[in-house]
Design a protein around this ligand. Sequence first.
Ligand code: NDP
Ligand code: 8X3
Length: 249
Amino acid sequence: MIKTAIITGATAGIGAATAELFASKGWNIIVTGRRKERLDALCQRLKDTYSVDITPLCFDVRSFDACKKALQNLGGVKIDLLVNNAGLAAGKDPIQDGSIEHWERMIDTNIKGLLYVTKLLAPQMIENKKGHIINVGSLAGKEVYANGNVYCATKHAVDALSRAMRIDLNPHTIKVTNIAPGLVETEFSIVRFDGDVDKADATYQGFEPLLAQDIADCIWFAASRPAHVTIGDMLILPTAQANSTTVKK
Ligand code: NDP
Ligand code: 8X3
């Protein structure tokens, strides 16, 4: 039986690498993101390479109405796996200098977006009496670091929600996994520093960071365990990184 995964935030980074890996394993994939051209290019590339169904859904996870429009009617497709990956950091400033727009963008995407998508897809999994939700949290959901304040708070929320969802969905045989990466070189820092590529590059200089594919491998591992095994939480670090503030360069 061919399985179907829906991966939010698949236009770049970890989401794109996860979509590619799951397609290569023969899963049908629904990919989401705001950038339509990126989504369409990804879908074309995956369709040209793998014999699976690839469906793009272009919407902003910050709008419950947009999530509802996109996800309410999936044409009878049963979702085996939801990867709540869409997320971002915006800014890296001390709390007193933080931008309200940055704070709202992170809270609305990383917490509320994850909740909206989960609320819309969990009932279907409950009806099917099975399913798996993988939330992409962060090392920043386990520790805090200077100037990481609101981003760290949103990822602590993802960590807490993963544990809470595992309890609430336990009667329905739905697995919940929290994936907590350390430093992964994607577009993450370019977004965080509002397009300042030099600042973004500096984040990954002097050591070997994780690649998006490394996290996709871990998501695949969690998703491909037998029915009786749930990977609850996975912390993945570059070997050079010991915690948020200790990186061997
Ligand atoms: P990228 O910036 O490369 O990718 C982020 C993805 O999220 C894009 O596809 C983007 O799509 C999507 N996204 C962002 N905002 C929205 C939105 N409002 N609605 C829909 N989609 C959205 O970053 P990463 O791949 O690194 O990040 C993926 C996840 O991994 C995030 O949750 C991040 O917090 C987490 N993470 C990243 C780490 C890192 O070091 N890179 C470490 C730990 C966790 P689009 O812009 O097209 O909407
Ligand atoms: C992203 C990793 O260390 O920049 O979640 O917060 S970090």
